[in-house]
Design a protein around this ligand. Structure first.
Ligand SMILES: Nc1ncnc2c1ncn2[C@@H]1O[C@H](COP(=O)(O)OP(=O)(O)OP(=O)(O)O)[C@@H](O)[C@H]1O
Ligand SMILES: [Mg+2]
Length: 256
């Protein structure tokens, strides 16, 4: 048994819109310094659960979140919680890289500068260390002031990762981070994920079972029952993928 503490714990987490419940009663613990995969069919609620973990759900009008999410044992919904500070500690990487119409270096420092004022030398060090950690430094070090939009899509995704890393996150939420990438860029991101877990905890939504097997430590399956997304099983990657007794898992794994 893994005795490391849970960095994130959800308790009966449910998300609804006025007309229906999207996901219900998700209770799951995520151990630190591991890659926790979330799989399941399209529309089951994986992205919705992921977005609740750093209160990105606050930004969607009409979404109601009940239950709890604790980071280091403290509710992220506690009164007085600064949602921006939370999202710095629990960063996010999306399916499509979201780069701002600004230079490479300004993109990297975007979130970090909003959190606190930083001297020029600290900014330069932070940009370099974040780009190094995202394995992009050697490709961009001579053109930090060039527009970020000129980078390839694979480089843009690593730039977004560098931007998240520059706020020193403990957890990085990744929502299908390689689905827009070619095989080589996918390989680069997967190699990075494996390295990043020594210092961060990763929650990774993926439809790619090869990827879940390659980088995942634990896995949770979200499926739909009675029209509502639910956590149907969790455990080590292979133990979940072998749950042929759970019809939804069996069907999902067979169809991949
Ligand atoms: N803001 C919203 N308003 C209404 N319904 C929503 C909203 N956001 C998500 N949904 C619905 O909630 C369900 C879960 O969506 P979600 O995006 O979390 O699924 P997913 O498992 O990530 O799917 P995919 O694998 O296709 O990305 C879907 O039926 C979706 O249509
Ligand atoms: Mg999704």
């Amino acid at each position: 048994m893994d005795k490391r503490p849970n960095i994130l714990q959800t308790s009966q987490l449910s998300v609804s819109v006025p007309s229906r419940t999207l996901v219900r009663d998700v209770t799951v613990g995520i151990t630190e310094n591991q890659v926790f995969g979330l799989i399941g069919p399209s529309g089951a609620g994986k992205s919705t659960v992921l977005r609740a973990l750093n209160r990105m759900t606050d930004l969607v009008p009409g979404l109601k979140v009940t239950g709890d999410v604790q980071l280091h044992g403290r509710s992220i919904f506690a009164p007085g919680t600064d949602a921006n500070a939370l999202r710095a500690k629990v960063g996010m990487l999306f399916q499509q890289p979201v780069v701002f119409p600004a230079s490479i270096v300004d993109n990297v420092l975007f979130g970090a500068r909003r959190l606190q004022s930083l001297s020029k030398s600290v900014q330069a060090e932070l940009a370099e260390s974040a780009l190094q950690e995202a394995a992009l430094w050697s490709e961009v070090k001579d053109r930090l002031k060039a527009p970020a939009a000129k980078l390839s899509v694979g480089q843009q995704q690593r730039l977004c990762l560098a931007r998240a890393l520059a706020t020193k996150p403990e957890v990085i939420l990744m929502d299908e981070p390689t689905s827009a990438l070619d095989p080589r860029s996918t390989e680069a991101i997967e190699a990075l994920i494996k390295r990043l877990k020594s210092r961060h905890t990763i929650v990774l939504v993926t439809h790619n079972l090869r990827q879940a097997r390659n980088v995942g430590d634990q896995l949770a399956f979200i499926g739909v029952r009675d029209g509502v997304g639910q956590l149907l099983c969790e455990g080590t990657v292979e133990s979940v993928l072998n749950r042929t007794d759970v019809a939804e898992v069996d069907e999902y794994v067979c169809c991949q």
